[in-house]
Ligand binder design. Structure first.
Ligand code: MG
Length: 158
């Protein structure tokens, strides 16, 4: 049986933090705030995979009150979630992700992001879709206050 999951995440852009998206460092003058590295792309994908297996969300497994996850590499959280899926009899198949950011331009980083995310999930790079949208100047994303990501993932249940 094929199951679908959806994930959403957003983080605030702040000075003094590196911008990490899809496991890649994207050169920019601001970075994403967060208990972990703030990687909204990895978090949305993690939630989509957990959701497809009805295994809760990133907040239940990695509470931001837990010092173990402070400054965590979000690809590690993703790998942990994928291991949980396998343990429960689910195999990730593919994912499609839209990143919503007014700046910076993310397209040049998509190949590296897909490689990093695919490797963490254990699926081919070509099974990770990545798209970037601006918010046409509207709302918190349009004002450059934050970045959001939406992900859909499919998994196969054994
Ligand atoms: Mg997050």
């Amino acid at each position: 049986m094929i199951r679908f999951g959806i994930g959403y995440d957003s983080h605030r852009l702040v000075p003094g933090r590196p911008l990490i998206l899809g496991g890649q460092h994207v050169p920019f003058d601001l970075g994403l705030a967060g208990h972990s590295d703030g990687d909204a792309v990895a978090h949305a994908l993690t939630d989509a995979l957990l959701g497809a297996a009805a295994l809760g969300d990133i907040g239940t497994h990695f509470p931001d009150t837990d010092p173990r996850w402070k400054g965590a590499d979000s690809l590690d959280l993703l790998r942990w979630a994928v291991a949980l899926l396998h343990e429960r009899g689910f195999t990730p198949l593919q994912a499609d992700i839209t990143v919503i950011a007014e700046r910076p331009k993310l397209g040049p980083f998509f190949a590296a992001m897909a490689a990093a995310l695919g490797s963490a999930v254990g699926i081919p790079t070509g099974s990770i879709g990545l798209k970037a949208k601006t918010n046409e100047g509207m709302g918190f994303i349009g004002r450059g206050e934050g970045i959001a990501a939406i992900a859909v993932a499919t998994v196969e249940a054994d």
